[in-house]
Design a protein around this ligand. Structure first.
Ligand code: OVM
Length: 399
């Protein structure tokens, strides 16, 4: 008897454009079908969409490894599209060493040091947006802010930063299937990768910045000099597209919930919770995979070694088993336990920086703007992993 006959199989392709545009009906169907489901278009994958199982998989890094990649491709069976990340696509003990270095650089103490600069940049940018009145929430705010403050903090020169956008798009598309989206974003893979790897070298990094601090860890022997540029690459891969879309999704959430924005405008201490709730409600990273490192089980269902396990973070974040009225964007909900930044040993290492960016941008906005009007339809940039907006026409009504 094949025990896997018990697993419901659904027809959904999570990477089909209609499901990327509006994933929520699919998420509900996947959650309701069972704790573990199969997807007809991806026969070698098992998927979890309920909070309990997504959380359990992410918190069992021994059974569900990252070293075989956190996308659809199993790197034990197929070559990765780039040398593996030393933190994202690694398991202990390697992961433990590299994570220690990055988490020290991206620490709460660092936040104290950069907070004033990050807040001043947010104030200046939001001032310019308010002066314009009508803006594109993505191109005028959500995109330029992280593209300025984070590479500045890493210590990257100003020229060529558009490469970071192209690279992020590519990295997050590469975690899905080899579809049209991946093909289009990899058309320019060679020059973009060359630019990125060149800018991971110490001579391109401002002394004292986050990038240089990785090389300081090599100076002290904590990591090797061969590892340093690949760890800088992790900053450049994960630090920009994620926060751009986190901010974009937060603007979208607030613009479409004027009563929630009014609460934020009246009480600036809601800036952080409003950003957090946007992460739950519109999860920037919709999906991550793990790989069964040995024969194991999820919710009592057998999962064979090397099976890819698709975790629907965004579905877990709207699981009614976990959240009352999950489809409501409610900035007074304290959504602790959401998995938008993962969970367990691989949980977002840059989370304190991401939350700082969210807090200072929403605070700057709420201070100056009494109402946000939606001026027309938004458009989406489809990506195999990210929930991303292309345009978000808004009017900012000054307070
Ligand atoms: C990395 C990396 C790339 C993309 C995402 C990510 C969400 C990490 O290169 O380490 O974390």
């Amino acid at each position: 008897m094949n025990e896997n006959t018990a697993i419901p199989e659904l027809e959904f392709d999570p990477y089909a454009p209609e499901n990327l545009l509006d994933p929520y009906p699919m998420h509900e169907a996947l959650r309701e079908a069972g704790p573990v489901v199969k997807l007809r278009p991806y026969p070698s994958v098992v998927a979890c969409a309920r909070h309990e199982q997504v959380h359990a998989v992410l918190n069992d890094h021994q059974s569900f490894i990252s070293g075989a990649g956190v996308g659809l491709t199993n790197f034990n069976l197929e070559a990765p599209f780039r040398p593996k990340s030393l933190i994202l696509e690694a398991d202990p003990p390697l992961h433990t060493q590299t994570r220690a270095v990055l988490s020290r650089i991206l620490s709460p103490k660092t936040v104290m040091q950069i907070r004033a600069t990050f807040a001043a940049e947010a104030d200046a940018l939001v001032d310019r947006c308010v002066a314009k009145g009508e803006i594109d929430g993505i191109h005028d705010l959500a995109q330029p802010y992280p593209l300025k403050v984070f590479p500045d903090a890493v210590g990257l020169e100003a020229d060529g930063r558009e490469n970071l956008l192209l690279y992020g798009d590519m990295v997050f598309n590469s975690m899905g299937p080899r579809n049209e989206l991946l093909a289009r974003s990899t058309e320019r893979v060679a020059p973009v990768t060359t630019w990125i790897m060149e800018h991971c070298r110490r001579e391109h990094l401002r002394p004292g910045g986050f990038g240089d601090q990785i090389y300081q860890a090599a100076d002290s022997g904590e990591i090797s000099f061969e590892q340093a540029p690949l760890l800088v690459r992790s900053f450049l891969s994960a630090g920009v597209d994620t926060t751009i879309n986190g901010l974009g999704n937060a603007l979208y959430s607030l613009a479409h919930h004027p009563e929630q924005y009014a609460k934020l405008h009246a009480d600036l201490t809601l800036a952080r919770p409003a950003f957090e709730e946007a992460l739950r409600w519109e999860s920037t990273a919709q999906t991550f995979f793990r790989t069964a490192g040995a024969d194991t089980a999820i919710a009592g269902i057998q999962v064979q070694k090397e099976t890819k396990v698709l975790c629907f973070l965004a579905a877990a974040n709207r699981d009614p088993r976990k959240w009352p009225e999950p489809d409501r964007y409610d900035i007074e909900r304290r959504p602790s336990g959401h998995v938008a930044m993962g969970s367990g040993i691989h949980g977002c290492v840059g989370q304190v920086i991401a939350r700082l960016e969210g807090e200072v941008v929403l605070t700057a906005l709420a201070k100056r703007v009494k109402r946000i009007d939606v001026m027309g339809p938004h458009t989406r940039r489809l990506n195999n992993t990210l929930r991303a907006l292309e345009t978000l026409p808004l009017r900012l009504v000054a307070a």
